[in-house]
Design a protein around this ligand. Structure first.
Ligand SMILES: [Cu+2]
Length: 73
């Protein structure tokens, strides 16, 4: 698994954390997800042979959380 860290817009409460965990939990190739609305960050692990950071970003943007910054960590 490869680590990925994203900073998101529109993330303002614990409900956002839950929504993001649900959205990413339905994506094949995404492992553990940690969302923190105070930092507006999501840290996760993904399998690069199954899913790309672009797909993860697009899924988050579609749910209303546009990535501002995407970084390996
Ligand atoms: Cu919220």
């Amino acid at each position: 698994m490869t680590p990925l860290s994203l900073t998101l817009s529109g993330m303002s409460c614990a409900g956002c954390e839950q929504r993001i965990a649900n959205v990413l939990g339905r994506l094949d190739g995404v492992g553990s997800v940690q969302a923190d609305h105070r930092e507006r960050t999501v840290r996760l692990d993904y399998d690069p042979s199954v899913v790309t950071p672009e797909t993860i970003s697009a899924r988050l943007a579609g749910a209303g959380y546009a990535p501002i910054q995407v970084a390996a960590r």
